[in-house]
Design a protein around this ligand. Structure first.
Ligand SMILES: Cc1cc2nc3c(=O)[nH]c(=O)nc-3n(C[C@H](O)[C@H](O)[C@H](O)COP(=O)(O)OP(=O)(O)OC[C@H]3O[C@@H](n4cnc5c(N)ncnc54)[C@H](O)[C@@H]3O)c2cc1C
Length: 489
């Protein structure tokens, strides 16, 4: 077909198809599974629509939120004020991290009590220090950054690392400090409230998105898996796909590969040698981020209707009682994300569920086995999540390749530091659309990509130096509090 074939119907592929179609070019979107959306979608499992996992949309996701607005579905997301923190033994008392949009929010956050106030202030000093780092072309692990700070206490380090693994499945030594700096900088430029879907991802986001794609003329085909490609000179020459039968078709137009990086690697040298940088994707690593959905027979008393983290939980569990938020539920439905699901890889499904439910019960003693009517466990071992590792940015591929008619997209693609998740996927889809435009419609306007302004390390350094005496005093305070004199209580 002349026009553009987008392979991979996750968010990156959908965003690429949407943007390319706007220029009037024929587009078809091929997806291996039965549904579009990939990791930010849902599928029917045992008769129920199950999200791949709970998704949050921070205010700095400028491209994603613009897309949501363009699709006319802003109302399908609700704004959240709090990120609740449940400490062991404290249920039904929750501490809260605020969405910081004023000094008052900051003070309430410092007094939340997840870590003592002095430690929380040192955490914020650490954020200024991180912003003061010049990571241009250099990187280190998040653990190495945190552990080399003289003022950080063990409590702050442990809490930050736990927060990180809960949302990305990457332990501190496998997480990029430069990338973390990038997302903190983006957050500091757009500190508004986070949003969460009012229903399943399919209902709130991917379903309406698919409809708009089809209405705009994109041909969507699901159940079509790309198996192989061939190259002739500087062009992608053919695609071999399986859709029932296996067929090889010539490529007459352009192709956007919006499949996970592991899939690009499996396509082999014809593709990986054409990437910029060549073979970079082979160096990228992803890790499973699991989901456990528990349908309860009753509404669990005492649970808030916003995002909750089980502080210090061994499997780094966060959860949302979607039964309180989504239409059509009268009882609790706990949608949990499991950051350390890989620890359960050796267990059977029922053993893993038992470990996780026992952990939930240890935090929420009101929950009993009798409450649980249905369980959906998705460890996602075969569909791991990409979070940038230390130094990995140099391996992330650009959307343009050495083949004139091949472009790539996906949350793992190159972007400003900190770019990953849904924003990374959408942004990469726009980059791929721009790469196609440059070749097919060089006179048409550029595809708009909304990046946040970078934070200048020098400005942060001024704050770091000015506040150093305060940090030293806070550190003394924190140290004294943790090491009581002999005999004192
Ligand atoms: C539990 C969990 C929670 C998450 N929460 C958040 C969150 O709160 N906020 C956030 O920003 N991000 C979150 N993410 C990450 C986010 O979902 C992903 O970063 C994003 O959806 C990736 O989109 P993508 O299109 O790049 O990749 P994918 O979603 O992986 O899409 C790739 C698509 O390609 C298809 N495909 C693969 N191989 C082939 C082939 N050979 N032929 C044809 N098609 C193929 C796949 O089926 C898939 O549909 C979460 C992820 C998980 C797992």
């Amino acid at each position: 077909m002349t026009g553009v074939t987008v392979v991979g119907g996750g968010l990156a592929g959908m965003a690429a198809a949407w943007e390319i179609r706007k220029s009037g070019v024929p587009v078809r979107l091929l997806e291996a599974s039965a549904e579009l959306g990939g990791m930010s979608g849902s599928k029917v499992i045992e008769g129920r629509v199950e999200d791949h996992g709970v998704h949050i949309f921070p205010a700095w996701y400028r491209n994603t939120l613009h897309l949501v607005e363009e699709l006319g579905i802003t109302g399908n997301l609700r704004e959240c004020d709090n990120f609740y923190q449940l400490m062991p033994g404290e249920f039904p008392t929750f501490r809260t991290f605020q969405t910081i949009s004023s000094m008052g929010d900051l003070i309430r956050d410092i007094r939340s009590g997840v870590t003592p106030a002095a430690d929380r202030m040192l955490f914020y000093y650490g954020i200024i220090d991180l912003l003061a780092q010049r990571y241009h072309g250099r990187d280190e692990s998040l653990a190495s950054f945190l552990r080399s700070r003289w003022y950080l206490t063990e409590a702050v380090i442990a809490d930050l690392e736990h927060l990180f693994v809960a949302s990305s499945a990457a332990e501190g030594d496998l997480a990029s400090a430069a990338s973390f700096r990038g997302s903190v900088a983006a957050f500091s430029q757009h500190p508004g409230k986070v949003r969460m879907p009012r229903g399943s991802l399919q209902e709130s986001f991917i379903g309406p998105f698919r409809k708009r794609l089809e209405d705009s003329g994109v041909e969507v085909r699901t159940g079509v898996e790309l198996l192989e490609v061939s190259v002739d000179g500087d062009r992608l020459d053919s695609l071999t796909v399986r859709a029932g039968d296996t067929v090889t078709e010539p490529v007459t137009g352009h192709v956007v590969l919006a499949v996970p990086h592991g899939c690009l690697s499996r396509l082999g040298r014809p593709v990986t040698s054409a990437l910029r940088p060549p073979f970079g994707v082979d160096e990228l690593r992803s890790r499973p981020l699991g989901a456990l959905h528990l349908y309860l027979r009753r509404r669990l008393p005492g649970l808030p209707n916003e995002h909750v983290r089980l502080v210090g939980s061994p499997h780094a569990i966060t959860l949302l009682d979607v039964g309180q938020v989504w239409d059509g539920h009268t009882t609790s439905v706990l949608n949990c994300v499991v950051g350390r699901v890989s620890r359960l890889a050796e267990l059977s499904e029922s053993e893993a569920v038992k470990v996780l439910v026992d952990e939930l019960m240890s935090y929420m003693p009101v929950l009993t086995w009798d409450d649980i009517e249905h369980v959906c466990y998705q460890p996602h071992f075969a569909v791991p999540f990409y979070a940038p590792g230390p130094g990995s940015d140099r391996f992330r591929p650009n959307s343009s390749t050495a083949l004139t008619n091949l472009h790539v997209a996906g949350d793992f693609c190159a972007g400003p530091p900190g770019m990953a998740g849904m924003e990374g996927a959408v942004r990469s889809g726009l980059e791929a659309a721009e790469s196609v435009r440059r070749v097919l419609r060089p006179d048409a306007p550029r595809v708009p990509i909304r990046d946040t302004d970078p934070v200048n390390p020098s400005a942060a350094r001024v704050g770091k130096v000015a506040l150093a005496p305060v940090a030293a005093a806070l550190r003394l305070l924190a140290g004294r509090r943790r090491a009581p004199r002999k005999g004192s209580r």
